[in-house]
Design a protein. Structure first.
Length: 186
């Protein structure tokens, strides 16, 4: 696909070329975004925003790389901006889950790279939680809400919050002890 020809057609607002670009890159871009966000819906939203931006701003775009590189860079930047906007940083504080959610092991013996792997695994597990459990978990361990603040925010009882977090802890505990064991006993 000749980038200049495609760009020229996009600038003329050629809908069939735009649709072809969308069909060619959409799924891959959503997967790419999801590697940052671990949130399918938000990943889809961000990729759709990129395509809307492309349609609305095609006349002013100058691409010095490939169209694919350009679009993926836009997705990456929007994902990073989104993570900043919701105050998610990669400082891996989630890994200790407010001191040993998972095991009574000493996680100080795990390297930063290993913590990053475990962190990503935990986020994948959390992504599989039912929506309400996921929301409660994120409020507690990402936003550092207290039980009563979560209950107030979601209009549920403190007992429901505790029960959901207990279930979340069990699901994580069932899913990654082997992963932790590999890192803790090498």
């Amino acid at each position: 696909m000749d980038i200049n020809l495609v760009l020229s057609e996009l600038q003329k607002q050629n809908k069939s070329v735009y649709k072809n670009v969308f069909n060619q890159f959409y799924k891959g871009m959503v997967l790419y975004a999801n590697n940052f966000l671990f949130d399918q819906q938000t990943s889809e939203d961000i990729v759709q925003e990129v395509f809307i931006w492309l349609w609305e701003n095609a006349k002013n775009i100058e691409i010095n790389t490939s169209l694919k590189s350009y679009l993926y860079a836009m997705v990456r930047n929007r994902c990073l901006n989104y993570l900043k906007s919701i105050k998610i940083t990669d400082d891996l504080n989630l890994i200790d889950l407010n001191s040993a959610l998972l095991l009574e092991e000493d996680i100080d013996n795990i390297s930063e790279d290993e913590k990053a792997i475990i962190y990503r695994q935990i986020l994948k597990i959390v992504e599989g939680f039912p929506a309400s459990m996921q929301q409660i978990f994120k409020l507690k361990f990402v936003e550092n809400y207290k039980y009563n603040e979560i209950a107030d925010e979601l209009g549920i009882s403190v007992n429901t919050v505790k029960t959901q977090l207990k279930r979340a802890k069990l699901k994580i505990g069932e899913s990654i002890p082997l992963l932790l064991a590999l890192f803790l006993h090498h």
